[in-house]
Design a protein around this ligand. Sequence first.
Ligand code: DGY
Length: 320
Amino acid sequence: MHVLMPVPLPALIRQTLSQHFTLHTLWDSADPEALIARIVPQIEAIATGVAILAEDHHFPITPAFMQHFAHLRLIANLGVGYDNIDVAWARQNGIEVTNTPDVLTDETADTAIGLMLNTIREFSAAEAYLRAGHWQHKAYRLSASLRGRTLGIIGLGRIGKAIAKRAEAFGLRIVYHGRHPQPAVPYAYYPSLIDMARAADILTVVAPGGPQTRHMVNRDILQALGPNGVVINIARGSLVDEAALIEALTTRTILAAGLDVYANEPHVPEPLLQLDHVVLLPHVGSGSQATRDLMSQLVIDNLLAFEKGEPLLTPIRDDL
Ligand code: DGY
């Protein structure tokens, strides 16, 4: 089987796919257009990935790109998120898409909790204070607290539920917003995001990126969250209106934010870098070696299953 890889995926994937398939790599080709023209009739699968997992190569898999390949039947994506692919078009045109869920759920939920604690208790700032020698003169200031807070989760999928489970152990009250109520969960459902923002004082963003969720957390939502409010985003930068967030932080409309993702990665807006009530991580949600290897293996296993005519391991479902 001929497989096209438009972006530099991790070595584990590259090496294993080269052993099993004829692998065509696009990003290092001197003449990508000529390469595509030459391999068009042979390509049955594309192995690609979200930019953070592909050395920051942004390569949207658009209808125009997919249309080149008449025999394309599978796109195996590295990443639980799939906003780099027009999945609706692929499905309508008989192309299956897989992602890498489950294996990263716990790692990502851990990151969300770590970011939440760090943001509210100011651990990064406190450490910087110590390293700068200020403790010698004065104890670090008192921070806000997690106690008595309500956590509002936007997107109660697999990762959202893993965050909720951890947050229960911290004694937080949990509420959620999503497209549908989930009768099996014990948390209150808010069909309206603004109503949830009024009821919560931590807003954690875990929903998929893409046009439907773009700027869901906007000026009005931030105002509803209020002056004790904290925004945690471990999903995609596109879900939060970054300009509105910067304004809300600057005017103290909300208390603080903890961000692992940004609208235009790896670019982080300068005003965010200047604020001291923001914790900024470089999109490390799933970023342990062990978890990234499991994600890579899932890309490989989906391609191998496809070639053998076996069921795909992780065809895309709508929840992360
Ligand atoms: C994903 O998987 O979509 C994350 O953004 C990176 O792990």
